[in-house]
Design a protein around this ligand. Structure first.
Ligand SMILES: NC(=O)c1ccc[n+]([C@@H]2O[C@H](COP(=O)([O-])OP(=O)(O)OC[C@H]3O[C@@H](n4cnc5c(N)ncnc54)[C@H](O)[C@@H]3O)[C@@H](O)[C@H]2O)c1
Length: 282
């Protein structure tokens, strides 16, 4: 079965960090395949993150794209570090749409710093969004899913969740942590019809990668580096000869895990990383 055959009619899909990037691609893909959608994003920059995060306009654009498909959408500006805010959003979605059947804990940030020069803000912001935020999302959606006896939860780790790279102490710690959390929560929910799985993307074509801060970190030896300078170095992280992947490649794996038919796959990690995991993982 290809992703084009998957349908989510009658389902409600919640995607965090959906104002742009992979989160928007996931939200629109679920809507295209019949789901109503619940989205949130913090839509504000963070001190420890060296590139701009999404804006209010980005979040409004995701709403526009979902509505253009004729699906219903609930959208709120929420930081996933705010557990009470997420719980209130889930409660609203359950009241207005009847349930939350699918949750994609996608919101995350990248922050790079060598340990010899590591601002506290980088650790706090990266672990705050990538680890606390994912925990809060799982804690917000799980009680309702358990009660209804149905749920598909997908977390977003990274190829850095099973490997490492210089300057990535906070990011790698957070993404390794997401995998541990995913596997543990899959056990909590194993008996109640809720699956919990992770995707682990490689380099994906979003503003998290395509920004000047990352270019400067990856190419410290080049003045004003451009994508053309960065691409060959990022490609080294992949095994296949490609530097960056389209976000929809991750969406296909997310939808596969979110499908009703994936009922007996839980606690697993699907890499979408051009072969990177072949070097690091069983
Ligand atoms: N792009 C990559 O190469 C790559 C690789 C592996 C994993 N990932 C992961 O994929 C996920 C999506 O990233 P992306 O590539 O789409 O990047 P992105 O920066 O385009 O999108 C991330 C979105 O999350 C939002 N966000 C960040 N922290 C938030 C918070 N605390 N609360 C609410 N919203 C928040 C941002 O505003 C942004 O809209 C992240 O978890 C990221 O770590 C990305």
């Amino acid at each position: 079965m290809s992703s084009e055959d998957l349908r989510f009619d009658g389902k409600v899909a919640f995607v965090t960090g959906a104002a742009r990037g992979q989160g928007r691609t996931h939200a629109v893909a679920f809507a295209e395949r019949g789901a109503d959608v619940v989205i949130c994003d913090r839509c504000e920059d963070q001190a420890g993150v060296g590139y701009p995060l999404a804006t209010d306009e980005d979040l409004a654009e995701t709403v526009r794209q979902v509505e253009a498909l004729g699906r219903r959408v609930i959208s709120e500006k929420i930081d996933t570090r705010d557990r009470a805010g997420l719980e209130a959003l889930v409660a609203r979605a359950e009241k207005e749409f009847g349930s939350v059947d699918i949750a994609v804990a996608n919101a995350g940030v990248s922050g790079m710093a060598p340990i010899t020069d590591a601002p506290q803000a980088v650790w706090d912001d990266v672990v705050g969004s990538n680890l606390h935020g994912v925990f809060n999302t799982l804690a917000a959606v799980s009680p309702g899913m358990a009660k209804r006896g149905y749920g598909r939860i997908v977390t977003v780790s990274s190829m850095m969740g099973r490997s490492s790279s210089p300057g990535q102490a906070a990011y790698a710690a957070s993404k390794w942590g997401v995998i541990g959390m995913t596997k543990s929560v899959s056990q909590d929910l194993a008996a109640v019809g809720v699956t919990v799985n992770a995707v682990a993307p490689g380099n994906i074509d979003t503003p998290m990668v395509k920004n000047q801060r990352l270019y400067d970190v990856v190419c410290p030896d080049i003045e004003n580096p451009t994508w053309d300078d960065v691409a060959p170095r990022l490609q080294q992280l992949h095994a296949q000869p490609i530097a960056i992947l389209d976000p929809f490649e991750v969406t296909r794996a997310v939808m596969f895990l979110a499908d009703e038919g994936s009922a007996h796959m839980t606690g697993i990690v699907i890499p979408v990383d051009a072969g990177a995991a072949a070097r690091t993982s069983a």
